[in-house]
Ligand binder design. Structure first.
Ligand SMILES: Nc1ncnc2c1ncn2[C@@H]1O[C@H](COP(=O)(O)OP(=O)(O)OP(=O)(O)O)[C@@H](O)[C@H]1O
Ligand SMILES: [Mg+2]
Length: 234
């Protein structure tokens, strides 16, 4: 479904991605983990065509994303929830939800989003900048779901969010995946990632240093320690 093969990317003279290879299969949920600054967000931005790669291949359902302009990539069925959420502060919840959809409103789809995140329905006319961090995250995920994606890419969706909403967001990510949508999740919380995602990629200095099933990683705490810098609780 999504495949990156030996992707390189430079920003100025900096060689940020140094050969990233990863794959997300249809219906699968995969986590991309690594310390701060290793290139996780840059990998996602490369997939979405927001920064040009300097080498390698990025494909989604046999479409070469590398030669696809950024604004067309969501149309192929990829939803992206960026780190920091990217909500429009001066638009309402309803306007934010529908921003990617040309023409008519899709009220059936709105209803689906509201069953995932009932809080959004209670706040339809509220402006983006008045929502709490957790609510903004729900809105950012909801906005992606409006486009009926086949794959949803989430960059640290629970960063800086109060614990009560964190568990709800995790539950919904799981449900979205159960409904058949593939997930690529960047997550700081390793426990969460291992619980939500059967496949894990570990990143270090712009390259993937480990990929495998999360149950395998659970039984190898030394790898988690080496690349993430702490010992995982089991
Ligand atoms: N526009 C830019 N100009 C210069 N350097 C950049 C730019 N964007 C990213 N970088 C550098 O690329 C490296 C990877 O950044 P990236 O944001 O992908 O890391 P990350 O793994 O997502 O980190 P975090 O966990 O903190 O979000 C960092 O060293 C960062 O400083
Ligand atoms: Mg990041």
């Amino acid at each position: 479904m999504l495949s990156l093969r030996d992707v390189h990317l430079h920003i100025g003279k900096l060689h940020i991605l140094q050969g990233v290879t990863l794959e997300v299969k249809p219906g699968e949920s995969a986590a991309l983990l690594g310390r701060n600054g290793v290139g996780k967000t840059t990998t996602l931005r490369a997939i979405m065509g927001l920064i040009p790669r300097s080498g390698g291949a990025i494909e989604f359902d046999s479409v070469d994303l590398g030669s696809c302009p950024a604004h067309k990539i969501p149309r192929h069925g990829i939803g992206y929830v960026p780190q920091g959420r990217g909500i429009f502060p001066n638009l309402t919840v309803l306007e934010n939800l529908n921003i990617g959809l040309p023409g008519q409103r899709d009220s059936a789809r709105e209803d689906y989003v509201f069953t995932c995140f009932p809080r959004l329905k209670e706040r339809l006319k509220q402006f983006g900048n008045t929502l709490s961090g957790g609510e903004q995250q729900m809105l950012a995920i909801g906005r992606c779901l409006m486009m009926r994606p086949k794959l949803i890419i989430l960059d640290e969706p629970t960063e800086g969010i109060m614990p009560k909403l964190v568990s709800q967001i995790r539950r919904e990510i799981h449900r979205i995946n159960q409904s058949g949508v593939s997930v690529l999740l960047v997550e700081q919380n390793v426990e969460t990632a291992l619980k939500l995602c059967p496949r894990v990629f570990l990143m270090e200095k712009g390259t993937i240093v480990y990929s495998g099933p999360s149950h395998e990683l659970k039984s190898q705490p030394e790898i988690v320690h080496r690349y993430l810098g702490f010992t995982q609780k089991t």
